[in-house]
Structure formats: structure tokens, C-alpha cells
Design a protein around this ligand. Structure first.
Ligand code: ADP
Ligand code: ASP
Ligand code: MG
Length: 469
């Protein structure tokens, strides 16, 4: 069985949805297939804005009308037999959306369970459209709501998955083959009370991995708008090149440090069963893409550079006369806190902490609740990560990257190496991020494909022991 996930970029409009339907029909002729679909491009962002507008008491009717038109517009092009039921299902979702937004407007706030129900609308609409288009092109298909097959806790907007319960909920999909291709809403689960939850922004990749594991799939395919995982964010580094193979560890580091092509939790459910992930381009389906799997390169290498643009830097020190190690403050971190980088190397035992910008206020608050801890906000920055198999132990990588930055007069605020063997992180000025990525990418010759990656590291050999065979 194969799980095929299509992102919002692949479902941006009727033309792209028809292209996706063609790909699914072809795959379904040769394999058992389960499809996972995101919302159409931009729809989840729009739902987010509608929530904010409703909370602020502004009118949202036009915004909802526009969403309905966008989906119905694709369905009206289909023949009635397939289009009509989907138009009816769309109207039902839109009625629920209006009702929820009215409730938000009347309370002046949006409780977590309502927020998740609203945010889930994008996927609930897109699967109706994709399923109807599939039927129109002669591929029998049926809608499956993620809330029926993905069981989570009730941490709304970042729900945690109960993998055992999810496996049980997927028994029907796993054991009863059907001629109809299941088209599952990505991003969505439900708690034990049946309330809709969501898995975090960009979470449809994670949905595909959850289902891949629960269904013992042979592979999970992530179909998107680029040729695979690239050596740098392509919107910043024009010469970014495709990486043909990545290990699970490399892919995990890349997604953790901002490579949005893969949601950061995607790899985890697949590791135990060794299920490969293939990242492919919907616009170039003949392209081989990137295969992510259990095998590691036979020796050290550098694979890619990635970045998180918006981080906040906090200085954590201890008040009082005796210098002491503020790293102890890490003990007070809660599950909601996220540390992207932490360095402590000064005589006063102070700790520099970089955290995602949206989590900085909460973290600073929790840290300064601890006796004697003083937290100073040192402003915004960006984190750049170099990722590659066992790269952390290779001095030449840090040397070349830092030398290139120095030559161009670019500021390095901190460097962390050694915590992960596969990543080296550099804290840089946010306004210099583009220059840093371009400079280091060029200095390490990442645009030259495998050959370039080899040369960048001198005598290092680049290769996969088993994957290459
Ligand atoms: P989808 O809608 O298919 O989920 P996303 O926008 O979430 O697509 O992810 C694909 C995008 O990720 C690409 O268009 C690209 O701009 C961005 N991206 C960032 N870093 C990388 C990378 N290292 N390799 C490939 N794409 C990347
Ligand atoms: N539609 C959701 C989002 O935009 C999930 C996804 O696209 O993966 O975050
Ligand atoms: Mg995505």
C-alpha cells in the first residue's frame, strides 16, 4: 500500500486538482492507494484571519462567501452526477463554519475546540472537491474524515497522537480493501470525545506519516511544488539543488530547523517500521524526487542548509553575587517551551537561549518565575542550520562556513555544534539571513549536487552503502 499526500500547493486550483487526480488514478491502477489531502493553497491562512476578524467583531460573511465560491467554482465544472453531492457537502461545511464564526463573534474570543473545528474546514472542503474530480476521471473514491482515523489528545492546535488507538481506528482501511480510493483529510484528528483537533500548521505531512505507519504502508509519498528536498530554501537560494537521498536523521534535522517542505514530525512515526518517504513534484511527476529512508550515507557529508527566520534571543542569568550556572534554569521548562539553541560558555554562567519568536514571551515568563533568574530579551535573530550525516564532528565544515561569513562581513552571534552529530547551528542577524544562506551555500558548493558536496569537503567520500545499490 502507498500513502500519497498532496499539499495545498498541489491543490491550488481546478487545473492542479485535475492533475493530482490523474496521478492518483495512475497510481491506483498499480497499487493500493490511500490519499491524504491538505486544504487548497492559502485557505487555512484565510480561516485563521477570519477567526481574528470575528474575535475583533468585524464582518466575515464576504470572506466565507469567497471560500465557498472558490471550492464550488471547481465543482461546477464537473458533471452533475459527481459535482452535485460534493456541492451539497460543501454547503454543509460552510453552514457549520458560519455558525462557528458567529459564536466566536458573539463571545469575543475563540476557545480551542472551536478554533480547531474552524481550521479543519479547509481540508474538509478540499477532500470533497478532490474526491469528486477523481470520480469524474473514472477513479472511484470516497471521503474519509481524519477525525475517524487519527486519535489524539485534546491539546487543540498541536494535538498529540495516540498511535495505538489510531492503529485500531485504521483497521477498516487496512484490512478491507475497497475499489474506492480513500481520500483522507490531512491535518485533522479527534480526541476521545470525538471533538475535532488539529496537528499543528503544515501537519498534513504528519497525517500521511501517521497513516503510513498505521496501515503498514510500503511508502509515503509527499507530493509538493518542488523537485524534492533541496540543498537550501529555494525562495532564497536560487541555485539550490535536489538531494536524491536523505537518512531519517538528516531529514529530521532539516525539518526541525525550518525546511518547510516536510513537517517536523513527519519522520518519527515511520522510523520503527523503516517505511521510506519520497518527496516528489506534482508539476514534474517523472522527476525521481528525494527518498528519505533508514539507511545512512557510508561516510560524513554535508547535505543542506536551512533556516528559521523568526527567533528571539533571551539572555538568562542569575542575580546575586555568586556566579552560577543559569543552565539549571532549563529544569523549569514546560512542555510548551521550545529551545532551538542554548549556549553557556561565559565566566558568569549566563545562558543564551534562542526560541521561536511566538514562544518567547511564555518562556521568559516561566524562567523569570524562578527565584534569582533574570531574563533579558536580546531581540530577534535567525537560526541557520547546516545538516548532513555526521557533519557535526567535521571541523572543516564550521571552518569554511565561518570563514566565508567573516570574509563577507556577516555577523555570527553564536555557534552550537556537537549536540546533534548531524547538524551545526549558527545564530545570525535576521536582516542578514538571505546573505548568510547564499554565502554559505556557495562556500560549501551545495549547488553542485553530489559532486559539489564531495568537493566541498575535500577527501570526504559521499555515498550510501545500501541505498545506492
Ligand atoms: P505543500 O503545500 O506541498 O505542503 P509547502 O509550502 O508546505 O508545500 O512546502 C513546500 C515548500 O517548501 C517549497 O515550495 C519551498 O519553497 C519550501 N522549502 C523550504 N525549504 C526547502 C527545502 N530545503 N527543500 C525544498 N523545499 C523547501
Ligand atoms: N492546511 C494546513 C495548514 O495550512 C495543513 C497543511 O497544509 O499541511 O497548515
Ligand atoms: Mg506543507
Amino acid at each position: 500500500m502507498r500513502v500519497l499526500k498532496f499539499g495545498g500547493t498541489s491543490l491550488a486550483d481546478g487545473r492542479r486538482i485535475r492533475r493530482v487526480a490523474g496521478l492518483v488514478r495512475r497510481a491506483a491502477r498499480r497499487h493500493r492507494v490511500v490519499v491524504v489531502a491538505s486544504a487548497m493553497a492559502g485557505v487555512t491562512d484565510r480561516l485563521c484571519e477570519l477567526i481574528d476578524e470575528a474575535v475583533a467583531g468585524r464582518r466575515v460573511e464576504r470572506g466565507v462567501d469567497a471560500l465557498e465560491c472558490r471550492h464550488v467554482g471547481v465543482l461546477e465544472d464537473l458533471d452533475l452526477a459527481h459535482g452535485r453531492p460534493a456541492i451539497d457537502a460543501t454547503s454543509r461545511s460552510i453552514i457549520e463554519l458560519r455558525r462557528d464564526l458567529r459564536e466566536v463573534a458573539s463571545c469575543g474570543n475563540c476557545p480551542g475546540h472551536i478554533r480547531d473545528r474552524i481550521m479543519a474546514t479547509g481540508e474538509r472542503l478540499s477532500v470533497e472537491v478532490l474526491t469528486a474530480v477523481l470520480k469524474t476521471v473514472g477513479c472511484p473514491a470516497r471521503v474519509v474524515d481524519g477525525s475517524e482515523v487519527v486519535v489524539t489528545d485534546d491539546r487543540f492546535s498541536e494535538a498529540r497522537v495516540d498511535f495505538q488507538a489510531t492503529r485500531r481506528a485504521c483497521a477498516g482501511l487496512r484490512e478491507r480493501p475497497s475499489v474506492e480510493v480513500p481520500v483522507v483529510t490531512g491535518f485533522i484528528g479527534a480526541d476521545s470525545n470525538g471533538r475535532t483537533t488539529t496537528l499543528g500548521r503544515g501537519g498534513s505531512d504528519f497525517s500521511a506519516a501517521i497513516l503510513g505507519a498505521a496501515l503498514d504502508a510500503d511508502r509515503v509519498e509527499i507530493w509538493t511544488d518542488v523537485d524534492g528536498v533541496l540543498s537550501a530554501p529555494p525562495q532564497i537560494v536560487a541555485s539550490a539543488s535536489r538531494i536524491s537521498r536523505l537518512s531519517y536523521e538528516e531529514a529530521t534535522e532539516l525539518s526541525h530547523f525550518g525546511a518547510s517542505v516536510l513537517h517536523r514530525k513527519t519522520v518519527e512515526p515511520l522510523v520503527d517500521r523503516g517505511i521510506p518517504i519520497v518527496v516528489r513534484n506534482t508539476l514534474e511527476p517523472s522527476h525521481p524526487g528525494t527518498e528519505i529512508g533508514p539507511d545512512s550515507p557510508s561516510s560524513s557529508r554535508i547535505a543542506a542548509i536551512t533556516a528559521i527566520r523568526e527567533v528571539t534571543v533571551l539572555d538568562v542569568t542569575r542575580a546575586g553575587v555568586r556566579p552560577s550556572n543559569a543552565a539549571r534554569s532549563a529544569l523549569v521548562l514546560g512542555p510548551e517551551d521550545e529551545i532551538l539553541m542554548a549556549c553557556s560558555a561565559s565566566s558568569d554562567g549566563g545562558l543564551l537561549v534562542a526560541t521561536p519568536a511566538e514562544k518567547a514571551a511564555g518562556l521568559a515568563h516561566r524562567l523569570s518565575d524562578t527565584a534569582e533568574i533574570v531574563v533579558t530579551n536580546r531581540g530577534s535573530a535567525s537560526i541557520v542550520a547546516l545538516v548532513g550525516h555526521r557533519l557535526g564532528s567535521q571541523p572543516r565544515v564550521a571552518g569554511r562556513a565561518l570563514e566565508a561569513l567573516g570574509r563577507c562581513g556577516l555577523t555570527v552571534r553564536a555557534v552550537a555544534a556537537g549536540t546533534s552529530p548531524h547538524a551545526l547551528t549558527i545564530l545570525v542577524e535576521r536582516h542578514e539571513l538571505e546573505a548568510v544562506l547564499t554565502t554559505v551555500h556557495a562556500a560549501l558548493r551545495l549547488d553542485g549536487g553530489l559532486q559539489g558536496r564531495c568537493q566541498a569537503l575535500g577527501s570526504w567520500e559521499v555515498g550510501y552503502s545500501r541505498l545506492a545499490s
